[in-house]
Design a protein around this ligand. Sequence first.
Ligand code: 13P
Ligand code: SF4
Length: 304
Amino acid sequence: MMETDRTIREIERLKAARRAVILAHNYQESDVQDVADFVGDSLELSQKAAATPAEVIVFCGVHFMAETAFLLSPEKTVLLPRAAAGCPMADMITPDGLAAMRDAHPGAAVVCYVNSSAAVKALSDICCTSANAERVVRSIPEDREIVFVPDKYLGRHVERRTGRSMVLWPGFCPIHARLEALDVRRARSAHPGAEVWAHPECRPEVSDAADFVLSTGGMVRRARETKSATVVVATEVGMLHRLRAERPDVTFVAASEAALCTNMKMTGLRDVLAALETMRGAITVPDEVREPAARAVARMLEVG
Ligand code: 13P
Ligand code: SF4
């Protein structure tokens, strides 16, 4: 038996023994996606984490995702197989920075992208993901000022969709920021007639050049219905595996191979196995942070 098959068999055996579930983000390595019980976007994964009867969640993604799972299910053991897998955008805002912004905008509602630490969520009124940011912003009374953190590009996209102007924190995803409108134009001329999808973490000029601006979950749903034979995708390249699994008859092309998130690629099958063997890598958050942070996430889940 090949080494990989042995690893997969062992993961399956330990998963049952530990009453564990494996959740993986759409950007994970393909073999990790294939071993997961559920693959999805940030919103879908947090909904799964909140609802699973499993006692252990092995979260194949980056730190804030596993942390969000713990916020929702503190009675469960949430394992992040690679402790170093973080999100550079989440690190662009600190609790002190947000506290200063709140002081400068008293009375404003703080909407916090889920790509943030629990300590930042704890200072926020409501969270959002790229799938529901628009709905979350629309749920806030029109006369209330809104502070949106930390992704300025997602914030700008939501401003344009809702017509609400917001105070934006100047954070961004360094991976999506590598994508340029020129990449989209080049891809369109190389693949005439192809549909182009962009993630809302992209720069506004990239989103403007696309036909659809979608969360990774939105891309999966669009894949199920597209009539286009070729689709150009402006997001992290791991998405291609997920989309090809969904629609093998469609040709999915990356707008740029440069959009590769090394944090999302840190976790391998052996790390998943090691997490289940050792039960090391459990994420915890102290109650005084967890409770307000969980409230902000729960409010988001109520909006849906
Ligand atoms: P989605 O919520 O669209 O999956 O985007 C998440 C993300 O930024 C992961 O890096
Ligand atoms: Fe963070 Fe961007 Fe990587 Fe997502 S793709 S984990 S937002 S750095």
